[in-house]
Design a protein around this ligand. Structure first.
Ligand code: FAD
Length: 125
């Protein structure tokens, strides 16, 4: 497979993975139980360990070591995910995202989403 095709697949995987991570964060309980906090923490470390793009995973593990996940609740984990995504953005020369607005962005279309928005159908740009 050509280099461009590989880059396209890597970017598509990245967008899907970020969508899953940010959307899970946006649905995480405001006041999680100890079990829910442990589950989110385990998920994040396993996500880094099993992420199928090897060089991405290696770099992300270093980001994770320097920025342990904040699994205290929805706000904490959403801000943490935004921060680590920005560290990846920085490395790739992409613009920084304003984490103050992250709460409005990621919805799953699940029955308990509070305000369905236009971004639901298309997803973030
Ligand atoms: P993405 O970065 O995929 O973001 C998707 C959308 O999320 C954006 O359009 C924007 O609406 C929103 N967004 C952007 N920043 C934030 C933020 N900080 N918080 C919340 N929402 C935000 N690619 C590589 O080439 N090399 C790597 O080493 C690499 N490492 C990666 C590590 C991980 C853990 C992941 C999940 C992906 C990695 N990728 C890597 C893929 C890369 O991050 C992008 O997903 C890919 O390049 C596509 O970028 P994009 O511009 O479409 O937007």
């Amino acid at each position: 497979m050509g280099r461009m095709a590989n880059e396209t697949l890597k970017a598509e995987l990245g967008r899907s993975a970020w969508r899953l991570l940010h959307t899970m964060a946006s649905k995480f309980p405001y006041e999680p139980t100890a079990d829910e906090r442990a589950a989110m923490s385990d998920f994040i470390y396993l996500f880094a360990r099993l992420y199928p793009c090897g060089d991405c995973a290696a770099h992300f593990k270093k980001i994770l070591a320097a920025n342990p996940p904040d699994v205290s609740g929805r706000e904490g984990v959403s801000q943490w995910a935004c921060k680590v995504h920005n560290l990846v953005n920085e490395r790739l020369g992409k613009p920084q995202f304003d984490c103050k607005t992250v709460g409005d962005l990621w919805m799953c279309g699940c029955a308990d989403d509070e305000t369905p928005s236009a971004s639901l159908a298309a997803g973030p740009a």
